[in-house]
Design a protein around this ligand. Structure first.
Ligand SMILES: [Zn+2]
Length: 187
């Protein structure tokens, strides 16, 4: 046990546990050992963790991608999963500003460039604007909206509205859950 405590002390950093400043002190050493023992999960804890994990996962669940940051993860039943959000409900800062739109349109007007697409020398044309994660929404009235969203992750929801899945981090940043002042998610 002493060797284990010594190794733990060396590997986890001395601020990890209380009492590690004075390991020669018998009382402090006992306290440290008790603290470490209290952090070891019991067999029941382990069973519950595995049970909770199995219940939250299923082969039938979807592999979702976040329209904001692009992060991919399996759908789970645990709170904090992806949320399908209508574009019309997104905060205004999820749309490009007028200046950003002008810059993006200028890039969109640039001609396609030829790039290598494999290691055998094969080339193809690529439009530079496609490297930007911007979703262009046409509302049908000759008015275009530009969103800071991955265009390939936009879909229609049950109401027929354009929507995208957002990961828990982006949902939280956009305050769908917290009710705090919305902030830009990590795009
Ligand atoms: Zn995200």
């Amino acid at each position: 046990m002493e060797q284990a405590v010594g190794l733990l002390y060396a590997n986890t950093g001395k601020d990890r546990f209380q009492g590690t400043d004075n390991l020669t002190d018998e009382v402090a050493r006992k306290q440290l050992i008790e603290e470490i023992n209290s952090e070891i999960p019991s067999p029941e804890d382990n069973d519950n963790l595995v049970k909770r994990f199995v219940e939250a996962q299923s082969y039938a669940m979807k592999l979702l991608s976040c329209g904001g940051c692009g992060f991919r993860n399996m759908e789970t039943t645990i709170d904090g999963t992806y949320k399908l959000c209508k574009l019309i409900h997104l905060p205004i800062f999820m749309e490009l500003t007028k200046i950003e739109v002008e810059k993006f349109v200028a890039i969109k007007n640039q001609p396609a460039v030829q790039v290598y697409i494999d290691d055998k020398g094969k080339m193809d044309f690529v439009e530079p604007w496609r490297a930007y994660s911007v979703y262009i929404h046409n509302d049908g009235y000759d008015s275009l909206k530009y969103y800071h969203l991955h265009p390939e992750m936009i879909q229609e929801d049950d109401d027929g509205d354009k929507a995208t899945y957002l990961c828990p981090t982006c949902v939280s940043a956009l305050s769908y859950r917290t009710g705090k002042e919305p902030q830009k998610p990590p795009l």
